[in-house]
Design a protein around this ligand. Structure first.
Ligand code: EPZ
Length: 431
């Protein structure tokens, strides 16, 4: 089983290139099958979840050609099967985007009930409500969500919760429904806008993405396109917090600073210097970190996907901080692991962490409970005294490309090890 071995203590210094946004890519890859023409997508991150999506497209008869590591050509012309059900796709949440894509194009879809990171109850009732408003019949049988209809018609949908997945999924299907669809209380995340831009580049007519109300005028057909995915806001934010926690000086390059504002604001509040330029953000952590309070919220609020990373930083900040998780109810599971490294954090009521800053973490053997928490624990390890060994790094590899290599290029001592022997070698090498 692969693990990360980390010897903490080196400040991260230098520049790091941020890849394409995983959560935009997952939706864009699914939606790319909605035309019979060829679609070329650039800046696709080479991570486990995107590769599972591409495999799923091949499994239903679509053609996938990798031009290079981050560019893929997809053709949905040869799709013959509307059932998405392999063992890998079951584990990823974004499988639900095939419901929207297949239902929109073929008016029928059967997709395994989505899995994903175990961060709490993750219902899909808003997706179903949206598809029903477009005239689809939906039932759940044998672990599959089955959606079908003769005709998909535009509808008016008021989302009961702000949901990234439901907003994108219903938008994808509505693009090929007859007439106008209005989605109210829509999610406004940058990747919602990116998916809308991608669909518009295929001939869809979507207005208002990035606001609370999205209006879609259905079209009978979509055409081929060439499209580059936006940079990953969360990968960038993770490196920005890695700079803060290791008292480093890191410039994240190839980013859209506007998408990082809530993250930059919190870093400034806790005592870092943040400098923005056109497509880069530099974080310098020269002073001791100080406490703050933070509540996760839909965009433009502080992202839930950055909650473990800021908690790790606040764990080392002077004073008492409070972190409130308002999106998912089970996203503090990693706190037990952080406690093993010396953090002083109490979780109350499942969604509030009260953090008393400590002066240092100490290395320990721990497990990554999910993707973002896993990345946050790596950051904790980078700042810790001694060696940290992290299990279950497959979670981290779902969403971070070459995480350990990028960290190493900034001066981190981190290696992927596959056996006790390799771990011993790492320990000997790093002293
Ligand atoms: C997306 O998940 C991301 N996943 C998550 O990223 C991210 O944490 C989340 O959005 C919030 O930003 C992908 O894009 C694949 P939601 P999603 O629907 O779409 C409730 C990561 O680390 N809800 O916005 O599943 C839900 O329970 C992952 O990259 C319903 O009640 O999130 C939650 O409380 C983890 N009914 C809230 O809405 C529904 O039908 C927001 O969820 C749908 C959601």
């Amino acid at each position: 089983m692969e693990q990360y071995a980390i010897k903490g203590g080196n400040p991260l210094v230098g520049e790091v290139e941020i890849g394409g946004a995983k959560n935009a890519a997952l939706a864009i890859l699914a939606a790319s099958i909605m035309t019979d023409e060829t679609v070329l997508i650039e800046n696709v991150p080479d991570v486990r979840d995107t590769n599972v999506m591409l495999q799923a497209i091949e499994n239903i008869g679509g053609q996938v050609e990798r031009i290079d590591r981050h560019t893929v050509r997809i053709s949905g012309r040869t799709i013959k099967d509307m059932v998405i059900e392999d063992d890998f796709i079951k584990k990823i949440r974004a499988s639900y985007y095939f419901l929207g894509a297949l239902l929109g194009k073929y008016k029928r879809a059967q997709v395994t009930l989505p899995g994903g990171c175990n961060i709490g109850l993750r219902p899909i009732d808003q997706h179903i409500k949206g598809f029903r408003a477009l005239g689809a019949e939906i039932r759940i049988e044998h672990g599959l969500v089955i959606a079908e209809t003769q005709r998909l018609r535009g509808g008016h949908i008021y989302m009961d919760v702000v949901s990234v997945g439901a907003t994108i999924d219903v938008m994808i299907a509505a693009v090929m429904a007859e007439g106008q669809t209005i989605i109210e209380n829509a999610a406004k995340e940058p990747h919602v806008v990116d998916v809308a831009n991608f669909l518009n580049s295929m001939g869809a007519v979507i207005k208002g993405a990035g606001t609370d109300v999205i209006r879609i005028k259905g079209v009978p057909k979509l055409h081929g396109t060439e499209y580059a995915i936006i940079p990953d806001q969360i990968e960038a934010g993770t490196f920005m917090f890695a700079a803060a926690v290791t008292k480093g000086d890191v410039t994240v390059k190839n980013v859209i600073p506007k998408h990082l504002e809530s993250i930059s604001a919190k870093l400034t509040e806790i005592g870092c210097e943040v400098e923005e330029s056109d497509d880069a953000v530099r974080v310098v952590a020269a002073k001791p970190l100080t406490h703050t309070h933070v509540k996760t919220l839909p965009y433009p609020g502080f992202p839930t996907d950055m909650q473990p990373q800021i908690t790790v930083a606040l764990g080392l900040s002077r004073g008492t901080s409070i972190v409130t998780e308002s999106i998912f109810e089970n996203r503090f599971k990693y706190v037990d692991e952080l406690t093993r490294m010396g953090a002083n954090i109490k979780v109350e009521g499942g969604n509030t962490a009260i953090i008393d800053g400590v002066s240092r973490y100490t290395g320990a053997s721990i497990s990554a409970p999910d993707l973002r928490a896993g990345a946050a624990l790596v950051i904790a390890g980078l700042s810790a005294e001694g060696t940290t060994v992290i299990d279950d790094i497959r979670f981290i590899e779902r969403g971070y490309e070459d995480f350990h290599l990028k960290l190493r290029s900034l001066g981190a001592q981190i290696e992927k090890v596959n056996s006790e022997r390799e771990l011993q070698k790492f320990r000997l090498k790093t002293g």
